[in-house]
Design a protein around this ligand. Structure first.
Ligand code: PEP
Ligand code: MN
Length: 336
């Protein structure tokens, strides 16, 4: 980190600043130019509050040379992380499809969808039991019963399951869930991130509706700081001024994250678009950009779905997505 001082800084304020920085365990390399003096801070600057420094009278600007995320940083871990989920590898060249309904509705529904997406090529089954709905009057999910039904579908098909936890108090119910999803609305629920950081099971972390990629990585860092290194990142569209789609799928997030981090990157075109017919082109585009997997909402009867029917694919449409995406994979960025 480099601190740029204003011209002729007050000597006493400067010595107070130096004393404070040294008390944080940092060493200071001072270089005096014609107009400005620079302080190069060497050591672990992850605890330094940049805004606090910038607000000081004698400070003109502060620049971070090193990113504030360490565990997630590719600089310190050049090889791609491969996350293993019940014998299935995701990341580092292992592309996977995660498919299933927005929410678990009944045993028949989840088992039928599980069988059909498995037959089409999905490795993992998704299904929401705890649903973060904008309206308190909308279907909130079957909660604990939904997890039970997912476990039945897992038993019947052998597919590992992915489901969203919204609060640390729900985690005991997730013991047999293979991947815990942290939804977009909870990307910065720091207490929840810390709790899943104490677990030793994969976490699928979705990007918040209005969060930067650095913020996404800082949230991954919360999980990894607890010792849980099995984090899968998920780009699911962000809020922009455009209203033609539910969100705007930020495909540039894939190559950008690829250089920032070693963690696998999955794309969810369903929540990004909100419209079923747009899922195929955006899934193909995400695969072409080098995503490590796709998370796609599939329902056996989308018109009657209790949640997100408009963006849900029929099992046949999902099979078509797999066919088109599989054809692109050998030519995808980073693979070809
Ligand atoms: C979901 O995957 O069902 C979901 C609610 O997604 P998001 O958190 O991305 O909105
Ligand atoms: Mn949904």
């Amino acid at each position: 980190m480099v601190v740029v001082l204003k011209e002729n800084p007050d000597r006493e304020q400067l010595s107070n600043l130096a004393e404070w920085l040294e008390s944080l365990g940092l060493s200071i390399h001072k270089s005096e130019g014609a107009h400005h003096t620079l302080l190069g801070l060497v050591g672990d600057t992850s605890q330094v509050d940049m805004e606090l420094l910038r607000a000081l009278d004698i400070v003109d600007d502060v620049k971070r040379i090193q990113e504030p995320y360490k565990s997630a940083n590719r600089k310190f871990h050049p090889a791609d992380t491969v996350v293993e989920i019940g014998g299935i590898k995701l990341g580092g060249g292992n592309f996977q499809y995660i498919a299933g309904p927005c929410s678990v509705e009944s045993k028949e529904q989840i088992c039928e969808v599980a069988r059909s997406v498995k037959a089409a090529g999905a490795a993992l089954l998704r299904g929401g039991a705890f649903k973060p709905r904008t309206s308190p009057y909308a279907f909130q999910g079957l909660r604990g019963d939904g997890i039970e039904l997912l476990l039945e579908a897992k038993k019947e098909t052998g597919m590992p399951i992915v489901s969203e936890a919204m609060d640390p108090s729900q985690l005991p119910l997730f013991e047999d869930v293979d991947v815990i999803q942290i939804g977009a609305r909870n990307m910065q629920n720091f207490e929840l991130l810390k709790e899943v950081g104490h677990l030793r099971k994969p976490v699928l972390l979705k990007r918040g509706l209005a969060n930067t990629l650095q913020e996404l990585l800082m949230s991954a860092e919360y999980i990894m700081a607890g010792g849980n290194e099995q984090v899968i990142l998920c780009e699911r569209g962000i809020r922009t001024f455009e209203t033609a789609t539910r969100n705007t799928l930020d495909l540039s997030a894939i190559p950008v994250l690829r250089s920032m981090t070693h963690l696998p990157i999955v794309v969810d075109p369903s929540h990004a678009c909100g419209i079923a017919r747009m899922v195929l082109p955006m899934a193909m585009a995400a695969a072409a950009c080098g995503a490590d997997g796709l998370m796609i909402e599939v329902h056996n009867d989308p018109k009657r779905a209790l949640c997100d029917g408009a963006q849900s694919l029929t099992p046949d449409a999902f099979a078509d997505v797999v066919k088109h995406v599989d054809a692109i994979l050998p030519h995808a960025y980073g693979r070809a």
